[in-house]
Design a protein. Structure first.
Length: 210
């Protein structure tokens, strides 16, 4: 799936010098992109615009040449269930549910992977011991890894990651990025990752400054 931004800008953000805002930018299917941005420059706003929950913008966001503002409710639901997955900066996990329940909600809805695969992912990221615990009792780093696993439990051709490793140490970043890279390759999916700093967690095809 190709994503195209045409003169995208956010009315409430000051636009200074950017590789993305108010430009014509295309993200090609199967490629990996890093978007570096300082705090307050619109990382989360951009990700949420691509996901279709932030609509207060000028310009166009196109998926395979179709404007997402023209999607019907049914198209939006199908698109989020089968084409695009996300790890929000604030994770958006259910605090009153266990880590297992947070992941299994997505798994049961899409039936993409088995319970065995979920446990395999949890083992790979070192969070198996947290699965039966309420999310509110987990550290933020553990929560990030749960959110990453949840995002991988559905089909997607685009993966959006908004500061996904901010509370992980080097070792756990390596584990998480390896798992994500495997799933990206398996699905030939596009990656868009935003962060405060530059990184080399993936073999990016292009890097942008927001």
């Amino acid at each position: 799936m190709t994503i195209t931004l045409k003169k995208l800008n956010i009315p409430f953000l000051p636009i200074l010098d950017s590789d993305i805002w108010n430009k014509h930018v295309s993200f090609k299917a199967g490629n990996k992109y890093h978007i570096k941005a300082s705090s307050g420059s619109g990382k989360s706003t951009l990700i949420q615009s691509l996901y279709g929950i932030q609509k207060n913008y000028a310009g166009d966001v196109l998926f395979n040449q179709k404007n997402i503002k023209e999607f019907s409710v049914e198209e939006t639901c199908e698109w989020r269930a089968t084409k695009i997955s996300i790890v929000f900066q604030d994770l958006k996990l259910f605090e009153d549910k266990t880590a297992f329940e947070n992941i299994d909600i997505k798994r049961a809805l899409t039936n993409t992977y088995t319970l065995e695969k979920m446990h395999e992912f949890a083992e790979q990221l070192g969070v198996s011991h947290t699965l039966n615990r309420p999310i509110q009792t987990l550290s933020y780093g553990e929560r990030q890894r749960i959110a990453i696993i949840r995002a991988l439990m559905q089909p997607f051709t685009v993966l959006l990651l908004d500061e996904p490793f901010s509370h992980l140490d080097k070792h756990n970043i390596q584990l998480a990025s390896k798992l994500i890279a495997q799933e990206l390759q398996l699905r030939n999916a596009t990656l868009l990752l935003t962060d405060l700093e530059d990184d080399n967690h993936f073999e990016y095809h292009q890097k942008f400054a927001l």
